[in-house]
Design a protein around this ligand. Sequence first.
Ligand code: A2P
Length: 276
Amino acid sequence: MTQQTHLTLNDGRAIPQVGLGVWQTPNDTAVEAVKTALDAGYRHVDTAAAYRNEKGVGEGIKASGLARDAVFVTTKLWNDNQGYDETLTAAEKSLGRLGLDHLDLYLIHWPAPKKGLYVESWKALVRLKEEGRVTSIGVSNFAAEHLDRIIGETGVAPAINQIELHPRFQQRALREANAARGVLTESWSPLGQGQLLSDPVIAAIAGKHGKTPAQVIIRWHVDSGLVVIPKSVTPARIVQNFGVFDFQLDEADKAAIAALDTADGRIGPDPLTADF
Ligand code: A2P
């Protein structure tokens, strides 16, 4: 298999561009899904305290037999645990459930602006990085105004902003805002929670390349300079979704996918109005 690709974070670390997402993967299932992914060549897993499967993810990593340093592990701070001290405690709990002594990436899961705690939470992440409990720190679902707030208060820009992003909701403005601040964009629900797999434009491109719709969409994220974490619990799909490093989209493919963008293509909650 052709080599997987990496991107460089603003703190100098490398992140494997394609990782396994495990949202909505039950804890027991996560063990097998993670092991299947790592056996297939993935070196990046993205979980969250809210997914309630950190334990299974940790077991899957151990079952793979890979060295700790070979796997890039992300988890996220849940909204109920925001606040300076609460964040420090929540990070230790996540590490305990994962069975790890450090995280590669820790994200604030949502800005939850009504709580007014994301700046304090970010300060705790900065400390966790200084202490080496977390190698890189970032955020998820942040708007440009939230990024500016935490950068203004701490002088530290997040390494990543993980946001809903797929061909029907391409988030061009926020991607530009991230890039202008040195923040990499990572796509959650990159397949539109599976809804995009039956799109005829995607199907036509897949047929042209002898690839599946999922592979075309994941390759689109890769070619767009995004970190991407497709979720599957199905072993054959997990393997298939990693088979994206032996082909490239051409300009016509990219133009056709660019035209799938819609203003109202969001599937998940809007971070500015979500009632968390
Ligand atoms: P499953 O987990 O049952 O295999 P997203 O990453 O955008 O959230 O999409 C996840 C959804 O897409 C899940 O329902 C997952 O199903 C499905 N899915 C993931 N990969 C594939 C694939 N290669 N072919 C078909 N469906 C897929």
